[in-house]
Write a protein that binds this ligand. Structure first.
Ligand code: NDP
Ligand code: MG
Ligand code: MG
Length: 339
């Protein structure tokens, strides 16, 4: 059975008198910095010069320094910049400045597992990876709940790696929901699989395709949007509370029967999932992504452009802005908004 830790298994005292540097203040960065600070941890945020994130962090009363200066004084350095930039940030600004024995931490195993970052053996290396988007990691913490995390220790030169990882997970709110013991390999491969095959690649394309099928058949786009996009969350909320059984229980017998006999997802889907998993396991997905990034991300940018203009993304914002609780304001996430 999985080893799962809860509130009593982490001791915040482990981080007392220690400085934790959070590198990056984006989706995960703001959540880690604010949750740790609110748990009584001494936090400094490390950002590059001219970063647009600086004002957002300062607005929240956080101390902000350059990545190098934050790294210099830190006992724990959590790297929360985008995965594709972490190796360069580590090499240029973190590695030359790390205190003796300072711990290096991640929220995803990618750079360690695929060998883009190779910390020297005298530094503890651990992971606390929330299984949820950063904005929800903050929202749940503030509501007295937490997002589940997985934790791993890759290097443990002093033998205190797990104590630090569990204290960090507790300060983040993760132990309120549970922390599962894992390895960098398992977290990296399952995380990539989850996002590619189910949570994003699976669901997003399912929604887009369902929307297209209805609109191409002559139905109103607004109806199609409510049917295959808006309602998804309402069902997923039930799934989150009580699993597939609860989501089915709340639906009509007609809906349940149609669900059981549906052939949309079949053994060929499973074969394609196994193919994707193979590309994650043999490193070819990581290489494709990192090579494109190293070339200036031409393919990534082209795909972002293409997918942000599909028809469902034109009708959705108009409908969301009309919800009475949005008071005519677009509800859509704006990357420049303050957290
Ligand atoms: P974001 O894309 O949200 O990170 C953006 C932040 O990184 C900004 O503050 C940005 O500042 C900063 N940044 C970008 N480049 C640099 C640089 N060269 N030097 C210093 N700071 C930089 O990242 P995520 O939060 O999505 O991901 C962070 C980590 O968390 C990744 O390892 C990811 O896999 C993992 N993770 C993410 C999840 C999520 O919910 N998004 C879920 C679980 C794990 P600037 O203003 O300078 O651009
Ligand atoms: Mg994930
Ligand atoms: Mg991920």
């Amino acid at each position: 059975a999985a080893q799962i830790w809860y509130e009593d298994d982490g001791d915040l005292a482990t981080l007392q008198g220690k400085k934790v540097a959070i590198i990056g203040y984006g989706s995960q960065g703001h959540a880690h910095a604010l949750n740790l600070r609110d748990s009584g941890v001494d936090v400094v945020v490390g950002l590059r010069p001219g970063s647009k994130s600086v004002e957002f962090a300062k607005e929240q009363g956080l101390e902000v320094k350059s990545v190098a200066d934050a790294a210099k004084e830190a006992d724990v350095i959590m790297i929360l910049a985008p995965d594709q930039y972490q190796a360069q940030i580590f090499k240029n600004d973190i590695e030359p400045n790390m205190k003796e024995g300072a711990a290096l931490a991640f929220a995803h195993g990618f750079n360690i597992h695929y060998g883009y970052i190779k910390p020297s053996a005298d530094h503890p290396v651990f992971m606390v990876a929330p299984k949820g988007p950063g904005h929800i990691v903050r929202r749940e913490y503030a509501a007295g709940r937490g997002v589940p995390v997985v934790v791993a220790v890759e290097q443990d030169p002093r033998g205190d790696g797990w104590a630090i990882a569990l204290a960090y997970a507790k300060a983040l709110g993760g132990l309120r929901a549970g922390a599962i013991k894992t390895t960098f390999k398992e977290e990296t491969e399952t995380d990539l699989f989850g996002e590619q095959d189910v949570l994003m690649g699976g669901v997003n394309h399912l929604v887009e395709t369902g929307f297209e099928v209805l609109v191409e058949a002559g139905y109103q786009p607004e109806i199609a949007y409510f049917e295959v996009c808006h309602e998804l969350k309402l069902l997923v909320d039930l799934m989150n509370e009580g699993g597939l059984n609860k989501a089915r229980w709340s639906c009509s017998d007609t809906a349940q029967y149609g669900d059981f006999i549906s052939k949309v997802v079949d053994d060929s889907t499973k074969d394609r999932m196994r193919y994707q998993l193979g590309r994650i396991q043999d490193g070819s997905f990581a290489k494709e992504f990192m090579d494109d990034q190293a070339a200036g991300a031409p393919k990534f940018k082209e795909l972002q452009e293409e997918y942000s203009h599909v028809q469902i993304e034109e009708v959705g914002p108009k409908l969301r802005a009309m919800f009475s609780w949005n008071k005519g304001q677009a509800a859509d996430a704006d990357e420049n908004q303050s957290f």
